[in-house]
Design a protein around this ligand. Structure first.
Ligand SMILES: NC(=O)c1ccc[n+]([C@@H]2O[C@H](COP(=O)([O-])OP(=O)(O)OC[C@H]3O[C@@H](n4cnc5c(N)ncnc54)[C@H](OP(=O)(O)O)[C@@H]3O)[C@@H](O)[C@H]2O)c1
Length: 261
């Protein structure tokens, strides 16, 4: 049966690449599109709405895919769940407590949500390899690189990685931050017990590196995104095809591809 999809952020860098891919897929149908500035215009034969609530009320959908902004995403997800619509969350900016709240609502409604800080296959491999490393190496930190105009820190990829590695165990600490001499901010932010360092400079697209250290040796696992949104399309559509099989939230494309870590 055809899966009806509403894309929030349909005119954006990622959403704009998803729309033709949905049109080209025989098992998927675009039934809704959301973006504020294009509201009232037509994309792929669909009238664009200014909000997710308006789009889902105008035409039924089975799945909402969200690639909007950190400010808009949570409201969009909750609007979909309240209407019994499953959600694929690509937008970054949500933290662990947001996902816990979303999970509660989704379970209450008997609906599924799949969220990944990065829907590309090679980023999913970074997550999985890093989870394996964290089970064996007790100390690690995360480096997050992006262009200088990215408004949220850290990236969704880095935040998700920190939260998931932190759930494996708390990384061992050398000198506690409060005992350091010098500006403590240089040691980065602590997310789920993991130190995360965000670099924002022209010349970067999006890179995420997990560095694991042992006496006398070091392992770096790094993902570098290129300029195209193509890597996110396949993973996002895989999630759209699978999301109605789950109840509550599933985090990470690697969980979908390889099962629970
Ligand atoms: N998980 C992943 O694999 C992955 C991959 C790529 C990007 N991302 C994340 O996805 C998000 C979007 O990235 P992008 O580069 O595609 O952004 P973008 O090019 O700026 O596109 C954002 C889209 O969302 C719409 N939008 C923004 N705020 C809205 C609101 N309040 N209500 C309705 N529509 C709204 C924009 O149109 P209007 O401004 O006209 O409303 C536009 O269509 C970011 O958080 C990014 O970090 C994640």
């Amino acid at each position: 049966m055809t899966i009806r999809i509403c894309v929030a952020g349909a005119t954006g860098w990622t959403g704009g690449s998803l729309v033709p891919a949905i049109e080209a897929a025989p098992d998927l149908a675009l039934t809704g599109a959301v973006a504020r500035r294009a509201a009232g215009k037509t994309i792929a034969g669909i009238t664009v709405q200014a909000s997710v609530a308006e789009a889902l009320d105008a035409a039924a959908a089975d799945v909402l895919i969200d690639y909007t902004s950190p400010e808009a995403v949570k409201g969009n997800v909750l609007a979909a769940l309240e209407r019994g619509v499953a959600v694929v969350v690509g937008t970054s900016g949500l933290a662990g407590p947001d996902y816990a709240e979303i999970d509660d609502v989704a379970r209450r409604k008997g609906v599924g949500v799949i969220a990944a800080g990065n829907f590309s296959l090679t980023a999913a491999l970074l997550q999985r390899f890093a989870l394996l490393a964290a089970a064996h190496v007790p100390q690690w930190e995360i480096l997050d690189y992006a262009g200088f105009e990215k408004p949220d820190v850290p990236s969704g990829t880095a935040r998700e990685l920190a939260e998931r590695l932190g759930a494996v165990r708390a990384p061992a600490v050398g000198v506690p931050v409060e005992k350091l001499h010098g500006p403590k901010e240089t040691r980065g932010a602590e997310i789920a017990g993991v130190r995360v360092h965000s670099v924002r400079l022209p010349g970067y697209v999006l890179s995420c590196e997990a560095v694991f250290g042992l006496p006398g040796e070091r392992l770096s696992i790094r993902h570098d995104a290129g300029e195209s949104a193509a890597p996110y399309v396949a993973g996002t559509l895989l999630a759209a095809r699978r999301v109605r099989e789950v109840t509550g939230i599933v985090r990470g494309l690697d969980t979908l591809l390889f099962g629970p870590a």
